[in-house]
Design a protein around this ligand. Structure first.
Ligand SMILES: NC(=O)c1ccc[n+]([C@@H]2O[C@H](COP(=O)([O-])OP(=O)(O)OC[C@H]3O[C@@H](n4cnc5c(N)ncnc54)[C@H](OP(=O)(O)O)[C@@H]3O)[C@@H](O)[C@H]2O)c1
Length: 238
């Protein structure tokens, strides 16, 4: 199953996220996922990132390059045939609006955190209205990993998802992913386990009813679970 991007290219609705994966495990995992049918891989976080802090402990980034300049450089990659589609990530409505204003090539995708506890309906609808596909990163709310890493709770433990899982004879993860698909977002759940690779892919053989979608809509806690910048020692939202 694929979604057609605003430039006519297609992108699979489900992808595999590999952030927080052990380097050696990734190879086998990707080979197994290809056998299952995955054709979309999100490689964010593969490799190392140096600290973004200067010696004074303050965020040390180049302040002479704007996002617009970066975007035009990315457009250059499309013009020279090096990439087909370009997108943005973790852009809120204002950054997205700005990008729409200065771009010659519109972003094909905005990859943002969204799941039943952090639905971001305004941003999702805004992007979709302007032809930008929303890819949901952290579509399971990070499950147990975020409890461990960030001390947050996971939507997979919520009674609503558990109840729907029982009703549809699926797992809470499959319900969360199916909900993501039905709101027309692309989903990139991460797992390091073969069984879950299969489980997360088996979300095309059932459909949540309107009433059940409504139940999930009411679960929203506006609860951001994920702050990758914390690994570089900064809190982007402070
Ligand atoms: N653009 C960005 O800033 C950004 C930020 C964060 C993430 N991402 C991308 O989004 C991907 C997914 O995000 P994420 O890894 O943070 O969160 P996630 O996919 O919501 O959750 C991953 C966690 O869920 C567990 N899990 C996977 N399938 C499960 C299932 N069926 N039942 C129960 N638990 C399950 C995984 O454990 P096991 O591995 O043990 O199965 C892992 O602990 C990342 O890998 C990355 O590619 C992008």
């Amino acid at each position: 199953m694929a979604i057609t991007l605003n430039n006519g290219f297609k992108m699979p609705i489900i992808g595999l996220g590999v952030w927080r994966m052990e380097g050696q495990l990734i190879k086998d995992l990707i080979l197994n996922s290809i056998k299952i049918g995955y054709r979309h891989f999100d490689c964010a976080g593969v490799g190392t990132t140096d600290s973004a802090l200067g010696e004074d402990g303050v965020l040390d980034i180049d302040t002479t390059i704007s996002l617009e300049t970066t975007w035009h450089a990315m457009e250059g990659l499309v013009s020279s045939g090096l990439v087909r589609s370009i997108g943005i990530s973790n852009y809120d409505i204002f950054l997205t609006r700005d990008c729409l204003a200065y771009s010659k090539i519109k972003p094909a995708v905005n990859q943002i955190e969204t799941h039943p506890y952090f639905q971001r309906e305004s941003l999702v609808k805004f992007c979709q209205k302007h032809g930008i596909c929303v890819t949901a990163h952290t579509p399971l709310g990070g499950a147990a990993a975020n409890t461990e890493w960030f001390g947050t709770v996971s939507c997979l433990d919520d009674q609503v998802l558990k109840g729907l899982a029982e009703k549809y004879k699926k797992t809470a993860a499959q319900i969360a992913l199916r909900w993501g698909i039905q709101r027309k977002t692309v989903i990139i759940p991460k797992t390091s386990k073969l069984e879950r690779l299969k489980e997360n892919f088996q979300v095309f053989d059932f459909e949540l009813s309107k009433e059940d979608i409504e139940l999930i809509t009411n679960m929203d806690k506006k609860y951001r679970t994920n702050q990758p910048a914390k690994f570089w020692g900064i809190d982007l939202y402070a």
